[in-house]
Every structure is written in C-alpha cells, then in structure tokens.
Ligand binder design. Structure first.
Ligand SMILES: Cc1ncc(COP(=O)(O)O)c(C=O)c1O
Length: 259
C-alpha cells in the first residue's frame, strides 16, 4: 500500500491563509475598490502610505517597497556595490533567496555555522570567516526569531562591514526591544502570502536608517532611472504594486492582534 498523499487524501493544510484574511474581507474590498477607481496601479498613494507605516512599525526612518523579499535582498547587495569576487557571509541554514542574491552578482557565499538552539547564524562563526574580501554579512531571522543581531553588528562594525538583515520571516520580531530590520544597513522583508504580513501575491520592502542609502535602494529598484529616461546605474525593475500595498495596509493594522 502506498503512503503517498494524493489530491483526494484528507490532510491538515500547513497554513490556511484564508483564516487570517476572511475577517477583513470588507476592508480589503473597500481598499481594492479605491485603487481600482483611482486607476493608479503603480506608485499609488497606498504604496507611499505603506512605506511610511512599515518605517514607523520597524522604527526605521526609511522604507522602500519592491516586488519581493528576494528582490529586497538583491537590491541591498546591488546598492552596496557587491560585485564578482566579493565574499558575503550567510548562514548555512536558510531559504535559497538569502544565497541566490549573492551568486547572482558573481559574489561568493561563505557559509557560517548556525546555533543549534535557534537554527540562526552563529556570530562567532561569522567572526572566524571574515577576510579582506568580505563585502557584507546577511544574518537571517529565521522562523520569526531574531538572530543575535547585537553581537553580529558589533563584529561587523569592528571590520566596517555592512549588515543586510534577511527579515523576510520576521516582521514584528524584535531583539532586545529593537525591531528586526532596524539594526543593519538594510532590512529585507517579504510579503509572500504565507509570511507574518502576507499579501495577496508577491511583494517586499526594504528598511534603511541612512537616508542616502535608502535613496540609492530606490534608485536601483527603478532601473537606476533619474530623471526619467536617464539611467544613473543599471538597476532592476522591482515595484510593489498599489493593489498589494492596499491589501498590506489593511493587514498591517491587524498584525499585532494576529500574533
Ligand atoms: C528567509 C527568506 N529569505 C528570503 C525570502 C524570499 O522572499 P520572497 O518569496 O518574497 O521573494 C524568503 C521567503 O520566501 C525567506 O523565507
């Protein structure tokens, strides 16, 4: 007898996204109708408002919407000028996107050990892997639990190496009362539907304390174009659309009550 699950096998779904969404159905419909009627499907006011609200929620001065958490990571490394031959330290246990952003730029992922009790990157392993080629460190706040980010930032700042927090799974999490995404040069969040703050499609956002770096992230997310049709750098096209932003604003209002 086969033990494989089939489509007709009754089973417990890993996650029922509708359980979270159903109570807010009317709020979603109102917000989506407003976007539909406005005709502003990109760069609508909901995108700016969501950016402001995520900035406030993470207590970080700047937030920049983008198309996914994967793009957020890639944009952070692009804006840091990570290039072929550079090394980027990343945990040996994480989702693929924490690493593909490195290899996509021709840089080399250097895998650090994880702590056996949290499965998050071990700061002392990071310290042992730093070389002259280390261009960034990407701690991942896995399963909504922050890595030991104070110690990681301490090690990084001693060597003047930027920290890019992969906070894709960790909006709302904090370490010693300081929110995820607020510690590093950039914080990268995902709005994939199963995430803590899940949209109704793909989406992501970056946080950054430094206004100049935030501006650079926005430049890279918009084809490096500034002003229109003049391209300062080779960026990518990574936008958070207004429908997603409208949905996410509704969900952000209910996020603290949902956890
Ligand atoms: C740790 C981690 N990093 C990055 C990502 C990428 O996010 P996205 O699916 O929005 O591209 C995810 C989620 O899928 C993730 O769990």
């Amino acid at each position: 007898m086969s033990l494989a699950m089939t489509d007709s096998t009754p089973g417990v779904p890993l996650l029922d996204v509708n359980r979270d969404n159903a109570p807010h159905r009317d709020e979603f419909l109102d917000a989506l109708t407003e976007v539909l009627d406005s005709g502003r499907f990109l760069f609508g006011p909901d995108v700016t408002e969501l950016e402001n609200e995520v900035a406030a929620y993470t207590q970080t001065p700047n937030a920049i919407g983008c198309a996914s958490g994967s793009d957020a990571l890639l944009l952070a490394l692009m804006a840091l000028d990570v290039k072929a031959g550079d090394e980027v330290i990343v945990p040996s246990f994480t989702f693929f996107a924490s690493v593909s952003c490195i290899t996509r730029l021709g840089a080399v992922p250097v895998f650090a050990d994880i702590c056996p009790d949290t499965y998050n990157i071990d700061p002392e392993s990071i310290a042992s892997l730093i070389t002259e080629k280390t261009a960034a460190i990407i701690p991942v706040h896995l399963f909504g639990q922050c890595a030991q980010i104070d110690r990681i930032c301490e090690i990084a700042s001693k060597h003047d190496i930027p920290v890019v927090e992969d906070a894709a799974q960790a909006i709302g999490a904090a370490y010693k009362d300081r929110p995820a995404g607020n510690w590093g040069t950039a914080g990268c969040f995902s709005f994939y539907p199963t995430k803590n703050l899940g949209g109704m499609g793909d989406g992501g956002i970056l946080t950054a304390t430094d206004a100049g770096f935030a501006d650079r992230l926005r430049l890279f997310a918009g084809h490096g174009m500034r002003p229109r049709y003049y391209h300062q750098v080779v960026g990518i096209n990574s936008r958070l659309d207004t429908f997603q932003a409208a949905v996410l604003r509704v969900k952000l209002r209910h996020l603290d009550a949902a956890v």
